[in-house]
Design a protein around this ligand. Structure first.
Ligand SMILES: C=C1C=NC(C(F)(F)F)=NC1=N
Ligand SMILES: [Mg+2]
Length: 217
């Protein structure tokens, strides 16, 4: 996982597409230059079984067409079955070491971490990047913790400067810079792109904001 792959990390499930065809939203986001995509099929109305497999396969193929990493959230079996580029798990999704041994050394493994301690444990267990947040208030995750600002990212980056971190939670083009300045390699977003009337434009604007902040570092 090269840190620059985390610059604009789009996360979406079929329920996040604001009533539109999620494949068209993903296609638009990819045209707009998102650098990584995570399929996070969760919550009421989430696809299951054959419908999920079809949707996930279509997302994977679109990402491959655009040369963008395809990451699956939580579902180890689905990630392995699809030959995904990576898997993202939270602290509650099982023992990170066991998951690493299950997916092998090639697959990217992302782990959610909420403090420097969890960051260290995830790194020791084989994580390739950390997702840290919620930086700002978020509506995409009903059970999200309190907004933590960028302090957690700053602490984790200071403790583990070589471990790529992506910020998450309420991030948009107009508040992305502080996340990068705190030491993150990129920002991950759901609704800033999936709810945008023009997802490609939203992705471009986020990419510009992140690139500018990286240049100013
Ligand atoms: C809960 C999550 C936290 N962080 C991330 C990512 F941005 F990918 F690191 N993805 C998630 N699903
Ligand atoms: Mg999870």
């Amino acid at each position: 996982m090269k840190p620059e792959q985390l610059a604009v990390y789009f996360i979406m499930g079929s329920v996040n597409a604001a009533g539109r065809n999620p494949i068209e939203v993903l296609e638009s986001a990819l045209r707009g230059g998102v650098t990584c995509f995570q399929l996070r099929e969760k919550g009421p109305g989430a696809l299951k079984g054959e419908a999920l497999l079809e949707f996930a396969t279509a997302c994977r193929d679109l990402c491959r067409e655009h040369g963008v990493g395809f990451i699956v959230n939580d579902d180890v079996d689905l990630a392995v079955h699809l030959g995904a580029d990576g898997l993202h798990v939270g602290q509650e999704d099982g023992d990170i070491r066991k998951i690493r041994s299950r997916i092998g050394g090639q697959m990217i493994l992302g782990v959610s971490a909420h403090d420097a301690g969890e960051a260290g444990a995830a790194l020791a267990a084989g994580a390739d990047y950390l997702g840290m947040g919620p930086v700002y208030g978020t509506r995409s995750k009903p059970d999200a913790r309190e907004a933590s600002g960028t302090g957690l990212i700053r602490d984790a980056h200071a403790a583990h400067p070589d471990l790529p971190i992506v910020g998450i939670g309420g991030i948009r083009a107009d508040n992305a810079a502080p996340v990068i300045r705190a030491g993150a390699s990129g920002v991950s977003v759901i609704s800033a792109i999936s709810h945008a009337s023009d997802p490609a434009r939203a992705a471009r604007e986020l990419h510009q904001a992140v690139e500018e902040a990286i240049m100013e570092k």
